[in-house]
Design a protein around this ligand. Structure first.
Ligand code: 16G
Length: 240
């Protein structure tokens, strides 16, 4: 029910009630919420008001629309701490989700100036360029573009990158990963990335660039990851 005397706008009251019903599990992930017409009747408000509440919940990533089918409850976002230097495979396994990869590119090339500087190598040196789509329980979560010095991993193959890169670095190459610097920014997905992530443009993404080092302080990877903003929430613990 809505309170028409309340200073809280009616669309916000409906939003709040739908949010609570989702949180209580009345509508589980993947379930359809009642149609605009039904909600209009239930709340005794105009269709425009109902539409505004739903649009806000879609923009917040709680609901998603499918053309001609209706509006559904989205799966809860993955909450990713920004404090640990973990791999995608480890992150998904620790949540009980099944990680998988689609390897789009594995090629040797020369780095541009920016990548060469970040990897502390000459522009004439060789790097691997790797492009992967990373899935959790079969859902595309992120696109990763990784740059690695060939000199550090002469035996690396595409097969390895269908699984975990960090596992290869630590268990096969027997190198110790020690730390990384990360930068994160918001962006709208490029058309090509939106297609790979199976989403429609305009679509919000979070782009993280990570430069990681071995315990010898030698940088071993530059990674640009494009995460679906509707699937991720990043958290960090801070102290004063
Ligand atoms: C994460 C890392 C990426 C690393 C990858 C290795 C971020 C922003 N990026 O996605 O730097 O290369 O894990 O994953 O967290 P893998 O061992 O599963 O291949």
């Amino acid at each position: 029910m809505v309170d028409k005397q309340s200073p809280i706008p009616i669309y916000a009251q409906i939003e709040e009630q739908l949010k609570n019903q989702i949180a209580e599990g009345k509508f589980p992930p993947g379930a359809a919420i009642p149609s605009e017409r039904e909600l209009t009747e239930t709340f005794g408000v105009s269709r425009m008001t109902v539409r505004q509440s739903i649009t806000n919940l879609v923009n917040d990533g709680l609901l998603y629309r499918e053309k001609g089918r209706g509006t559904f409850v989205a799966a809860p976002k993955v909450e990713q701490p920004l404090s640990g230097l973990t791999s995608f495979t480890e992150d998904m396994l620790s949540r009980g989700m099944a990680p998988s990869n689609q390897l789009l590119k594995f090629e040797k090339r020369q780095p541009d100036k920016g990548i060469a500087e970040k990897l502390h190598i000459a522009e004439s040196a060789e790097i691997y360029f790797v492009e992967r789509i990373r899935y959790a329980d079969g859902i595309p979560m992120a696109i990763e573009r990784t740059y690695l010095p060939v000199a550090l991993f002469p035996d690396l193959s595409g097969e390895v990158l269908k699984e975990s890169l960090y596992k290869y670095v630590e268990k096969t190459a027997k190198l110790k990963i020690s730390g990384a610097v990360q930068r994160m920014e918001a962006a709208l997905a490029k058309k090509e990335d939106a297609d790979l992530l199976h989403v429609e443009t305009p679509f919000a993404v979070l782009v993280i660039e990570r430069v990681s080092k071995l315990s010898s302080q030698v940088p071993f990877e530059v990674v640009r990851s494009t995460y679906r903003a509707d699937r991720y929430k990043f958290t960090s613990e801070i102290q004063r």
